[in-house]
Design a protein around this ligand. Sequence first.
Ligand code: ZN
Length: 235
Amino acid sequence: MKKNDRAGKPRIPKVRRTWTRSPVTKVKESGKVYKRRKSVEWSTDGRDETPRRAPVGADLTKNIAKTYKYCPRCGAEMTEKIVDHHKRKVCPVCEYVFYHNPVPAAGVVIEEDGKILLVKRKFEPYKGDWCLPAGFMEYDESPERCAVRETKEELGVDVELDGLFGVYSGKDDPRTHAVLVMYWARVTGGKMKPGDDAEEIQFFAKKEIPDNIAFLAHRQIIKEFFEIRDSESRK
Ligand SMILES: [Zn+2]
């Protein structure tokens, strides 16, 4: 509880400093990636508007009543109150406010001979469906570190990031809303084999992409990947 007292001066988190100096951020600012992204329109494909099937698990995203019943700081029963124009869970005892923010996640786009790498999910949500290698950020991580770590855990390989692919909003994960930061990546070492929460790994050409892609954002990323490659091959 002491840590949350506001008596002391606010501390600047360390991660922020590394983030602003990130070499990947420099690549992003080179204009190259922005130019690519301009040609890609946000999906209006009806298929991409709704999840393929209802995900398994408690949906915390629609109803704050399903979040904290008791204060995570002092244990008192939470009440609901309008704070900053939103109904939020508030602790009547210690005044803790639960801001229901999306959770940042990061992942990679790995390419081989014009094909994109996907992993088959071993666990819920969307068990058995395919997605890009990605995962939620740890508290002390930068998005870049998270992308590299998740790739190592899921594929067993080391990667070097090659610039920002794009940033996406994920609202069809039953665990939480997410903000997904995707990077281009190149494999630099290690032996590729499914690890952690991946059941299979496979490179897919455009025509081979399976119907069961786990998340809407991932479908969008795959779509954009082939749009980028198609537009480049026409030049
Ligand atoms: Zn409290």
